[in-house]
Design a protein around this ligand. Structure first.
Ligand code: DQA
Length: 144
């Protein structure tokens, strides 16, 4: 069972980026913990600051045996019609995640362009949001 964790812009800076909001943990630490916790799951991780590269990776996931995607689209969450369309264009379940509780922050973060295309949304649990996203996909997989 293969899951892709996909991160958008500026999420390569986790650990040092606004630690008061995003914490001090890095993505590689987060993925290491998840791989240890779920050794039976193949967890791929991809990050890009470029919108089109995220779309390319999502399209590739649709044909490389990936079961589902945990997606933190970063700021593209709030702007990207192209990502919305890309999620709708693939048959993979995509779980939208956010580290911070976007609803407690600036007004512009309260709207997600991608939520209507995603299977569900998890936000506000720090890096644990990714674990919850992986577990949502695992449950869907086991229930099938
Ligand atoms: C974020 C929230 C977004 O508003 C922001 O642009 C990010 C990170 C989060 O994980 O809390 O880059 O997606």
């Amino acid at each position: 069972m293969k899951i892709l964790i996909m991160n958008g812009p500026n999420l390569n800076l986790l650990g040092t980026r606004e630690p008061g909001i995003y914490g001090t943990g890095t993505m590689s630490e987060c993925v290491t913990v998840l791989r240890e916790r779920y050794p039976e799951v193949e967890i791929d991780c991809y990050q890009s600051n470029v919108e089109g590269f995220l779309i390319d990776r999502l399209q590739a996931a649709a044909t490389d045996g990936t079961y589902g995607v945990v997606l933190n689209a970063g700021a593209y969450t709030h702007t990207s019609v192209a990502l919305h369309d890309a999620i709708r264009s693939v048959s993979l379940p995509v779980i939208e995640v956010h580290i911070s509780n976007v609803h407690c922050r600036e007004e512009f973060r309260r709207h997600s362009m991608i939520s209507p295309a995603c299977r569900g949304v998890i936000c506000g649990f720090g890096l644990d949001s990714y674990r919850l996203g992986v577990e949502a996909l695992l449950k869907m997989y086991l229930d099938e």
